[in-house]
Write a protein that binds this ligand. Structure first.
Ligand code: SF4
Ligand code: SF4
Length: 112
């Protein structure tokens, strides 16, 4: 027991103070995908490429709507890879805790 205590004191703390102090993801981390409405042409390439099918293209009230649900996103980055216009990018954000499913849905729209 004393040996363990000595080792622990020698090693020092190996944990961070997160969440009291923000902890940033390393460069290249694949986090929350973000949609850019000004670049999207609603071509549907990302919809076809998304393995779990969490991106949907639809029409509502005369608008084209692109919806992405973070609920089933596996952060694979396929959507970013296939988008010809750079309209979807993975960010380094990883904090996605939410009280409702609706908070985990993002969408962009354009008039037809
Ligand atoms: S995000 Fe890119 S791939 Fe997806 S619909 Fe928009 S332009 Fe097409
Ligand atoms: S990162 Fe992967 S799972 Fe998430 S929306 Fe893009 S293609 Fe779909």
């Amino acid at each position: 027991m004393l040996d363990i205590l000595k080792k622990t004191l020698k090693t020092g703390s190996q944990t961070t103070k997160y969440p009291q102090i923000p902890d940033f993801a390393p460069a290249g981390f694949r986090g929350k995908p973000e949609l850019f409405a000004d670049r999207c042409t609603y071509c549907g390439e990302c919809v076809t490429a998304c393995p779990p099918g969490v991106i949907c293209l639809s029409e509502k009230n005369g608008d084209k709507v692109l919806t992405l649900s973070y609920c089933g996103c596996i952060f694979c980055g396929r959507c970013e890879e296939v988008c010809p216009y750079g309209a979807i990018k993975l960010t380094e954000e990883y904090e996605l805790a939410s009280k409702t499913k609706d908070d985990l849905i993002t969408s962009i729209r354009r008039k037809l």
